[in-house]
Design a protein around this ligand. Structure first.
Ligand SMILES: [Zn+2]
Length: 267
């Protein structure tokens, strides 16, 4: 077997997902353990629209380096070009919006002052006995902060519905980005022995995009998220290792197609 670079070129491989926890994997397990295990066993993959992910990567690679952006474009060129309709042969609408978001960040003078440091840095550490990995958009070791670019559909101040908390909250809370920032801060603390300040650099997909640095100055919410993660991860790690039964959510496509939904309801 060829040695894989689990934290580099093979960061997004299933082997890397088996060796390390990531926050996105944790979220996947919280949604449905049965589906998450089937995904790790490569027995299930969902036909998800990859456009939002590609749009995010388009923006990220631009600010990583010119070379990274060119590689991204040459690898994904065919999926970014419209094959039918009025814009046939041109960049699809979503990637035109990505271009506008790039321009918005570029013309935000503060962004270029913040976005200084090492790009796409892999970090690892241990959270409650389990190996975690993370990839940081921009790490400034000297000044003690890190920046993650997050694109969002609506206005930066908007509240969105959270299925998990059954209430409206800020979009970066609802999408688990506070948890992600908390985990990265902890992994960096383990690796460098100092406290880093997390910053989400938000850019909106509005017709006229807005940009803003959301600086996590207070530890309170970060600590809360990290405590919950530490509590939950032991049981989920047992499920991941096959030592505990994976519980089906009974609602997702995996559960529906594997007869794991409730078949009788007493009304
Ligand atoms: Zn499910």
């Amino acid at each position: 077997m060829m040695d894989k670079d689990l934290l580099g070129a093979d960061y997004y491989s299933v082997e890397s997902s088996r060796a390390y926890w990531s926050i996105s994997q944790y979220k996947r397990f919280r949604e449905c353990e049965a589906r998450a295990v089937a995904e790790l066993d490569e027995e299930w993959s969902e036909d998800r629209d990859s456009t939002p992910l590609l749009v995010g990567n388009y923006v990220h690679s631009y600010f990583e380096s010119q070379e990274a952006h060119e590689v991204f474009k040459s690898e994904n060129g065919s999926t970014m070009i419209a094959k039918t309709g009025a814009t046939k042969g041109q960049l699809k609408k979503d990637f035109k919006i990505a271009e506008i978001m790039i321009q918005a960040l570029q013309s935000d003078k503060q962004f270029s002052e913040y976005y200084v440091g090492e790009k796409e840095v892999a970090v690892t550490g241990v959270i409650n006995g389990t190996d975690f990995k993370g990839k940081i958009d921009c790490l400034n070791i000297e000044s003690g902060y890190f920046v993650d670019i997050k694109t969002t559909k609506s206005q930066i101040d908007d509240l969105v519905w959270s299925d998990e908390y059954r209430t409206k909250m800020r979009w970066f809370e609802a999408y688990g980005y506070v948890l992600q920032m908390a985990a990265y801060k902890e992994l960096l603390y383990q690796q460098y022995g100092k406290e880093f300040t997390p910053i989400i650099y938000a850019v909106t997909k509005e017709d006229v995009p807005d940009t803003r640095a959301i600086v996590f100055q207070s530890d309170e919410k970060l600590k809360y998220e990290l405590t919950e993660l530490s509590t939950m991860i032991s049981k989920l790690d047992a499920v991941k290792k096959g030592l505990a039964e994976a519980i089906p959510c009974k609602h997702c496509n995996y559960c529906k197609s594997h007869g794991l939904t409730d078949k009788v309801e007493i009304y």
